[in-house]
Ligand binder design. Structure first.
Ligand SMILES: [Zn+2]
Length: 174
């Protein structure tokens, strides 16, 4: 069942482990994709994962683009990644700001790998591969964590790396 809102931190469905997509043209799969897209866009998000709408399937969308939440994000076409597998290309961990549609009102600095390769299936079930670095790599790693029942707050080094969104907006307004 898909929700028509993004699940919020504390909802146990966000802590489920997602299972692989096996049928790529079922009404449930297509309905899930369209709900994910709608809720990501209406929330000005740059990515979303199926568990955030209550569906424990391995589907993420990465859609880096400048929004009022991420004014400096690079533009890339929205990419649907099913059953993704992560390979680390550059193990350097870089701290950068993240937020989450499931955790409104705060931002935190999160260490992520700088460059990754992702093998995945597209919405037709065809095998694909994409190399990502910097911000889009960060977005993918954030969404990939949702498939394991993790949120970005599970990855921070210190509670001092958490700020209110209003303070984050001041920090980036330079
Ligand atoms: Zn998130």
């Amino acid at each position: 069942m898909t929700e028509n809102t993004v699940l919020q931190l504390g909802n146990p469905l966000l802590r489920q482990i997602a299972t692989p997509v096996t049928v790529f043209n079922s009404p449930e799969f297509l309905d899930c994709l369209s709900s994910m897209q709608t809720l990501m866009e209406s929330g000005n998000g740059v990515g979303i994962a199926a568990p955030q709408i209550g569906v424990a399937m391995q589907i993420v969308i990465v859609a880096s683009r400048p929004t009022n939440r991420y004014p400096d994000a690079p533009e890339m076409p929205a990419t649907i990644l099913c059953n993704p597998q992560l390979e680390i290309l550059d193990p350097t961990l870089i701290k950068g700001w993240e937020g989450c549609l499931s955790v409104p009102g705060i931002r935190a600095l999160v260490p992520r790998y700088q460059a990754i390769r992702v093998r995945f299936q597209d919405r037709e079930g065809k095998s694909q591969q994409i190399d990502l670095k910097d911000f889009p790599a960060r977005v993918f790693q954030h969404e990939f964590d949702h498939l394991q029942g993790l949120v970005y707050l599970d990855r921070i080094e210190s509670s001092r790396d958490i700020v209110a969104e209003s303070e984050y907006l001041k920090l980036i307004a330079h």
